[in-house]
Each structure stands twice: as structure tokens, then as C-alpha cells.
Design a protein around this ligand. Structure first.
Ligand code: CA
Length: 234
């Protein structure tokens, strides 16, 4: 995955901080959490991270926007991804004015955050002229991350946003069993409805499209464990 980058998460809400830490660690990033603006400024100075994820709402009278301003005033050039409350346009504008590179509105799905993180880190590595591979492939299945089309052989498949995110998660972790909780958390976010059957519905829609040309099943149910993108047994 080529991602030993160090990410500093600045968030006082434990559930969200640990949701981010788990997901980013799983992707191979080195992760530090700061639960206040003051600690964030210290950590950024001592440990120069490659990217900062910064929540606007922080305790102790030092909010994310002020933290962002101070980081930029100190001359730090790492990308800053701001987390803002739903529909708070003022926060978004203030964040970008203060020097944030991008923002994400809560609640968000982990895959969406990951896409922003990867894009920001890529932009940062301007000297690196070998761009990340934009087409994932598994057997005769391809997923093009620029057009967001999937292909089964030559057959093109149009995906909704959620279907795309779901398939991207599987194709980035081929042959691995992904548990229901992990998938729900990654695609539907940290406040997903625990008891809903939304995942089963999406899996079945996705299968219908991936198998519309009578191709063999690649999205397998692993009984009692979860789902895996893998070749059918002979
Ligand atoms: Ca917060």
C-alpha cells in the first residue's frame, strides 16, 4: 500500500478518534491522536506529520480553525483535512481561509475520508512522478477509480456511489475476509445502524450487476465471518 506516512488526528470525541485510528492503521499509516488543540500544536511541532486531520470542534477554547491558523503561521506545509459539522458553511469557509486544504462534513464514511487522505498525500509528493495506479484488477474484474466504472471483461458496469465504495474496499483487499462490522464501519461510517440489513441489500445488488453476463461469482459469502472478493472454488 506504500503508506508509511504519519497522520496526526486531532479530535476529542473518542469514538470518532478511534474509528479513524483503526481504519488508518489498517491501511498501514502511522497514526497519532491528539485530543486537544494545544496537544495538536505540540505534536505537530515535535513530530512533523505528513498530514493532519483536524476537527473544528475542540475543547479548551482552542478550536480547529485557530489550530489551523497557528500551524500555518508556524510555516508548516503538511496538508490539513478539516472535519466540520453538517451543513456548517461558515466553518468550512473559515477553515479554508485559515489554510486547510480540504474538508469533510460529519458524518462521513471512512472510504470517503481515505480517498481525500490519499489525494492530499499524493499532491504533497509532487516530486514523485509515479502516480498511484488508478485501475484495480482482480481476475476479470476491473475498477477504474477515475471514471468510477467497473468492468467484467469488456462489459461496463455503472455503479452508484455506495456500490463503488463497497467494491473499492473489496478490490483493495482481495482474498481477505471482511467482517460485516468492518464493512459497515468503513462504508456507512461510525454511526451506522447496527441492525439494518442495508449491507445485504447492497451485496446482492452488486452481485446482480457483477454477474449480469453469467460470469462466475467473485463476491463470496464466508459463512459466519463476512464477505470476501475471491475466486470461486473449483
Ligand atoms: Ca470534536
Amino acid at each position: 500500500m506504500g503508506s508509511s506516512s504519519h497522520i496526526l488526528i486531532v479530535e476529542d470525541e473518542r469514538a470518532i478518534a478511534s474509528f479513524l485510528r483503526r481504519g488508518l492503521s489498517y491501511e498501514g499509516y502511522r497514526v497519532t491522536v491528539a485530543d486537544s488543540g494545544r496537544l495538536a500544536l505540540e505534536t505537530a511541532r515535535d513530530d512533523s506529520p505528513n498530514l493532519v486531520i483536524l476537527d473544528v470542534m475542540l475543547p479548551d477554547g482552542l478550536d480547529g480553525i485557530e489550530v489551523c491558523r497557528r500551524l500555518r503561521a508556524a510555516g508548516d506545509e503538511f496538508p490539513i483535512l478539516m472535519l466540520t459539522a453538517r451543513d456548517d458553511v461558515a466553518d468550512r469557509v473559515a477553515g479554508l481561509d485559515a489554510g486547510a486544504d480540504d474538508y469533510l462534513v460529519k458524518p462521513f464514511a471512512f472510504e470517503e475520508l481515505l480517498a481525500r487522505v490519499r489525494a492530499l498525500l499524493r499532491r504533497q509528493e509532487r516530486h514523485d512522478d509515479s502516480p498511484e495506479d488508478l485501475i484495480y484488477q482482480f481476475a476479470d474484474l476491473k475498477l477504474d477509480t477515475s471514471s468510477r466504472f467497473a468492468y467484467r471483461g469488456e462489459r461496463r458496469i455503472d455503479l452508484t456511489t455506495r456500490e463503488y465504495e463497497l467494491l473499492l474496499l473489496f478490490i483493495r483487499h482481495p482474498n481477505q475476509v471482511l467482517t460485516r462490522d468492518l464493512i459497515m464501519e468503513r462504508i456507512w461510517g461510525y454511526d451506522f445502524p447496527g441492525e439494518s440489513n442495508v449491507l445485504e441489500v447492497y451485496i446482492s445488488n452488486l452481485r446482480r450487476q457483477l454477474e449480469a453476463g453469467d460470469e462466475p461469482r467473485l463476491l463470496q459469502t464466508v459463512r459466519g465471518a463476512g464477505y470476501a472478493l475471491r475466486l470461486p472454488p473449483d
